[in-house]
Ligand binder design. Structure first.
Ligand code: ADP
Length: 643
């Protein structure tokens, strides 16, 4: 990898492909907000120009009004409007200075309004676009990336862009107007003294450049370690149940301590470098100031050497203006470094954001795709082979036919590939070989929304969104009326417990609301599927972890749900699927046995023995099955060890 410090960057690969992200940021997002950019730009320039007026006027007033050794005249102001007497001239000067301050405030407001609107609008657009794109990505993307990483792109990277677009651009314009403006006025007033006063500028530029070079890799380290820290914290909070039950709080605290210490270390390293930078600038600025003061002072006294003055005079007024300006442009220069820094971070962030937006979808809809039309709901798997990674086979040569309205159950040991077989039907992944058809239509040839619309999915661990019970049942069928929701809940045996909740269907659930039990959530998810009324249903381990009565309720509601619907069911407890029209036993991604419950029992294979164990008829699986399972387990471990 080309940037060793970025090797932990999960988006490295996609980021590399995005060239010139800042240009793209401005052309794609900046152009939509041109008027705000214009306001910010105009406000910045105008405000800074007005900021430069008072020192200049003070210098002129000293010479023309107080010392009265030069005539009062102002650049760009016609002589006819300038009053004559010193008193009137002073009033005139005070008037302009007052106007400069007042006008300056107005332009500062305009500039802030412009830049903030520009930054906020782009931030909003980018965030929503990225989110929109991200949720359309394939499941394999989510399987590979951690949620924390994606959260970090959606929040940190977007915020970093905002900071640059607001503070960074704001400062950049201030810096340019100040430095260019001051240099121009100085050169106009007294070119020779201007050269002396501007001496620190190149020195500051070089020092800043060096500083950036040194601090960059340190900041990269800080980012990397904070990433590790966040992942660890997130992982631990997610696994808090395990931590508690295994009594490993001490162990975990130590692990957090370790990563936190790495972060501390990296941060401290960056801090020690950073806090040397500003004193160094102060020294350079101080030297510049002292030199200007000394040269100018002797010049005013008429004691500066001829090669320096060229025989010109320096008035007290011009000297004062120079001193005030010298003070003013050094500090904006110091921000030069942080602007470059902000720019580079923003560049990396937009590269990540665009990288994410450009991630190709592995599942693409055929442009000629037509909507799926489900008639009977007959599903056919024909020689389906699939692996998550190239060269890997997880599901091998699977074929079966399910007639419309029938139920097919998939059983087999954990890791046999049952969920994978069904993920292929939902088209979360595409098959490598073979095909899956619904009523004769290959699922790769139909539009994805129409496919997903025809499929319902009920799993053991159904996600509930923040919102009310009603919202969660109607999720995906948003237009459903209350009656339909209640009917679905009744069919799912959920109506009774819902009406017992504090606010019935309007009860808030989720983290901030009422906590539901596993069995309750499951019934809500069944109600959700009832309401959606899909032609084909996928049940993933639909009953477990609940008491016998709840199980009975759930079973009854599932029976209602699956009636007249083509159904695929994965169940570990064989009692729940013994009435299935077809049972397919998977082992290592291949079909080991198939048939009805009765047929399989008479075969005396894996299914028969699993049934025997679960029904309590035999104490344990015969040795040959245990040996096979052990062999599988050791192979999986060896594979895991290879990683
Ligand atoms: P089952 O549902 O029978 O328990 P799965 O279909 O979940 O089996 O898993 C089959 C195999 O595929 C396992 O070896 C598992 O590690 C692997 N697997 C599952 N999901 C993924 C994934 N997203 N990426 C890579 N491998 C996966």
């Amino acid at each position: 990898m080309s940037h060793p410090s970025d090797e932990d960057d999960p988006f490295e690969d996609i980021r590399e492909k995005t060239d010139n992200p800042m240009k793209r940021l401005f052309s794609e997002y900046g152009s939509r907000n041109l008027r705000y950019f214009g306001l910010g730009f105009f406000g910045s320039v105008a405000a800074r120009v007005l900021d430069l007026l008072p020192p200049l006027l003070l210098g002129i007033a000293i010479d023309a009004v107080f010392e009265q050794n030069v005539p009062f005249d102002l650049p760009l102001v016609p002589a006819s409007v300038i009053p004559t007497g010193p008193r009137d001239q002073l009033v005139f000067t005070v008037g302009i200075i007052a106007f400069a301050f007042f006008g300056g405030s107005v332009f500062h407001w305009i500039r802030n309004y412009g830049w903030n609107s520009f930054a906020q609008n782009i931030q909003h657009d980018i965030r929503t676009d990225t989110y929109d794109k991200m949720q359309r990505l394939n499941m394999d993307f989510f399987a590979e990336k951690q949620t924390g990483e994606m959260m970090s792109v959606l929040s940190n990277d977007v915020n970093r862009l905002e900071r640059f677009l607001n503070d960074g651009m704001n400062s950049a314009f201030r810096l340019s107007v100040m430095v260019i403006g001051i240099a121009a006025i100085m050169l106009w007033l007294n070119p020779r003294l201007a050269v002396v006063s501007l001496l620190p500028v190149p020195v500051i530029a070089v020092v800043t450049w060096k500083f950036i070079d040194v601090i960059q890799p340190k900041y990269a380290d800080v980012r990397k370690t904070v990433g590790h820290l966040n992942s660890r914290l997130e992982n631990n909070l997610g696994g808090i149940k395990v931590i508690k039950t295994f009594n490993t709080e001490g162990f975990e605290s130590e692990r957090v301590d370790d990563v936190s210490y790495d972060y501390y270390d990296a941060n401290w390293d960056a801090i020690t470098t950073r806090i040397k930078f500003f004193p160094a600038l102060r020294v350079i600025a101080g030297i510049g100031f002292v030199i200007t003061f000394a040269v100018g002072g002797f010049w005013v006294l008429g004691e500066a050497p001829f090669w320096l003055t060229g025989g010109n005079e320096l008035t007290v007024g011009v000297f004062t203006t120079f001193i005030l300006y010298t003070q003013r442009f050094i500090w904006p220069m110091a921000q030069f470094g942080s602007i470059i820094n902000m720019y580079q971070r923003a560049r990396a962030s937009s590269a990540r954001l665009f990288g994410l937006m450009d991630t190709p979808s592995r599942i693409v809809e055929d442009p000629a795709a037509e909507d799926l039309v489900v008639d009977d709901g007959e599903v056919v798997y024909d020689d389906v082979t699939f692996g998550y990674d190239e060269g890997e086979t997880i599901v091998d040569d699977i074929s079966f036919e399910v007639d419309g309205g029938d139920t097919l159950a998939l059983v087999g040991p954990t890791g046999a590939g049952k969920s994978t077989v069904l993920k292929l039907l939902l088209r979360m992944y595409d098959v490598n070989e073979g095909s899956i058809t619904i009523d004769g239509q290959d699922i790769r040839d139909v539009t994805i929304p129409s496919l997903r619309q025809s499929l319902g999915y009920v799993s053991q661990d159904t996600f509930m969104f923040y919102g009310t019970v009603r919202d969660n049942i109607a999720y995906g069928t948003f237009e459903a009326d209350d009656e339909a929701v209640i009917e679905a809940a009744k069919a799912a045996e959920a109506h009774k417990f819902i009406t017992n909740l504090p606010e019935g269907y309007d009860t808030e659930i989720g983290e901030r609301g009422v906590k539901l039990s596993g069995g309750q959530r499951q019934r809500l998810s069944i109600a959700r599927a009832m309401l959606k009324d899909p032609e084909i249903l996928v049940l993933d381990e639909a009953t477990s972890d609940v008491d016998t009565e709840t199980e009975m309720l759930i079973q009854r509601s599932i029976d209602k749900l699956t009636e007249d619907r083509t159904t695929f069911a994965i169940a570990h407890r064989l009692s729940t699927i013994k009435d299935a029209d077809q049972i397919v036993v998977l082992e290592d991604g291949r079909i080991a046995e198939r048939g009805t419950h009765e047929e399989l029992l008479s075969e005396d294979g894996l299914y028969g023995h699993l049934w025997g164990v679960q029904a309590g008829e035999i104490d344990e699986l015969p040795q040959e099955f245990i040996d096979r399972a052990a062999k599988r387990a050791s192979r999986t471990e060896a594979e895991a060890g290879d990683d």
